[in-house]
Design a binder for this molecule. Structure first.
Ligand code: SF4
Length: 493
């Protein structure tokens, strides 16, 4: 999972707004970030770490131009060095730069093809570079005569080539030197990509494309919906707007955006993230009352902070006091995002402190957004017990995560997932809780789709039910991903 943003104005520099946008996408990736703009030439600044540590007045002053793209990186494939940071660019044809959010299932095959068939060098292990080469080569070597075709027609052909060859999840923002901005989203719309407009007093319009709407309000943009699955948009430097839907397939946006990733003030696919989390809590409460009528806790505590919203509505529905009984140090990053198991283990106690007055001699119910590896949840339970809880119940707003994600989220191997091979009772015992309850899959889907003018066919839930929409994930693919991750981790230690 990463955050992307693209911006184009007919007359205003975009670097400052891109920086603000990345600040509002920081929760989507804290490993590296980059901004690229152009006027007469491309200008780029990339770095590792947090946005505020990478950019300063001096390097921002170099980012000239009225069009630009930005990226904040959360590594799923590739290493953690500056070479893996986005945006990436190629000089031929025109000069094209791109950044994306997603993950390619057939990345290894495509790298081979791009090198051998198209004789293009792939210089990093980030999958956007492969998309960039395929797009650029197709634009430079059209399969049909381009006589009479507009540049937008040619961009559509190149994007079609990407759709034909690339399997996986990808929301892409890009720029073509001296031509304008190009944006497209994979035909299943797995990763998000929203769009917005800002009307200027002189009658012109600025456009923004981003992973979330989080920066729209502060920058004065009005949301205008989503880039549709299979859609390509091209905005010329003079503001002329072109759009075409090239493919219509099943729309399967990632359900984890609602469970965990997106900021609560975001709208994704016309559904409020905050409201969907409230509904997750309501549905959990209904199940709790049905399944455990004699186990009413004294207090409901969220595992901060994504679970706060679901815990709030859960507590309200069962008539029990909601308590922020775990204090979270706001200056430490989200553990799920930190690379490496040891870091994650250490950081739980470092960033969470139980409040004894809220816990001692009480039956405590902890609500978490999800249980992925289970080690963070187990640490939380241990801490709560150390602070004198009488009983500890644990509920997860997400159903058991049993399968790895191939579409842009760091759940690398099946064997690392708590629920991949353990029963509910085994996980309960591993975590050391008196009762463990997960959200039902149907209840989660209901919580996400109950309200909103959305057109979601069925969310992607491959990590929960093993149904990978691209149809090309099997045991062999899982094994090769496992091998790839093992090599990458060995490189890091
Ligand atoms: Fe999201 Fe899970 Fe699908 Fe990955 S597999 S895109 S985390 S729902």
């Amino acid at each position: 999972m990463c955050g992307v943003v693209g911006m184009i104005s007919t007359h205003k520099p975009v670097a400052g707004d891109l920086y603000e946008s990345l600040i509002h996408l920081q929760h989507r990736g804290q490993d590296a970030a980059g901004i690229m703009t152009y006027n007469e030439r491309f200008h780029i600044k990339k770095g590792t770490g947090l946005i505020r540590d990478i950019f300063d007045e001096q390097n921002m002053a170099r980012l000239l131009g009225n069009i630009g793209i930005g990226h904040t990186r959360y590594p799923t494939v590739g290493g953690f060095s500056i070479e893996e940071a986005q945006p990436v660019m190629t000089h031929v044809p025109y000069g094209i730069a791109m950044a994306h959010n997603g993950n390619l299932v057939n990345y290894a095959d495509l790298v081979k093809e791009v090198s051998e068939l198209e004789r293009r060098h792939v210089n990093s292990s980030v999958d956007i570079e492969v998309i960039l080469h395929i797009f650029a080569h197709a634009l430079d070597h059209p399969s049909t005569s381009i006589d009479g075709l507009s540049l937008f027609d040619q961009i559509c052909q190149a994007t079609e080539t990407v759709f034909n060859r690339v399997s996986g999840a990808y929301s892409v923002v890009g720029m073509i030197m001296k031509r304008g901005m190009v944006v497209f989203r994979d035909p299943n719309g797995i990763r998000p990509l929203v769009k917005g407009e800002r009307k200027n007093k002189d009658g012109t319009t600025d456009y923004i494309f981003a992973s979330e709407t989080t920066m729209f309000y502060v920058l004065g943009y009005e949301p205008t919906g989503n880039v549709a699955p299979g859609e390509v948009i091209f905005i010329e430097e003079d503001g002329t707007y072109h759009s075409r839907i090239l493919r219509t397939e099943q729309f399967t946006p990632c359900i984890f955006e609602y469970v965990y990733f997106s900021r609560p003030d975001s709208m994704q696919n016309e559904v409020s993230i905050y409201r969907s989390r409230l509904r997750m809590g309501q549905n959990l409460a209904q199940r709790w009352k049905e399944n455990h009528p004699d186990s009413t806790p004294d207090i409901v505590i969220p595992a901060p902070s994504t679970a706060n919203t679901a815990a709030l509505s859960f507590a309200h529905e069962i008539g029990v006091r909601y308590s922020e009984g775990l204090y979270k140090n706001p200056f430490i990053g989200r553990t799920f995002i930190m690379p490496g198991q040891e870091d994650r283990k250490k950081s739980v106690r470092y960033k969470l402190v139980p409040q004894e007055f809220e816990i001692r001699n009480k039956d405590v119910l902890i609500v978490d957004d999800s249980i992925v590896r289970g080690n963070t949840s187990r640490e939380i339970v241990r801490m709560v017990r150390e602070f004198g809880a009488r009983k500890v119940y644990f509920i997860s707003a997400c159903p058991p995560v049993k399968f790895p994600c191939f579409y842009g989220v760091d759940m690398p191997t099946k064997s690392e997932l708590a629920a991949s091979s353990r029963s509910l009772e085994e996980i309960r015992d591993y975590m050391g809780v008196d009762i463990l309850m997960y959200q039902e899959i149907d209840d989660l889907v209901e919580a996400v789709t109950r309200v909103g003018d959305h057109n979601i066919d069925r969310p992607c839930m491959a990590c929960l039910d093993g149904r990978y929409i691209t149809g090309d994930v099997d045991e062999g693919k899982m094994q090769s991903l496992k091998n790839q991750r093992t090599i990458e981790r060995a490189r890091l230690t």
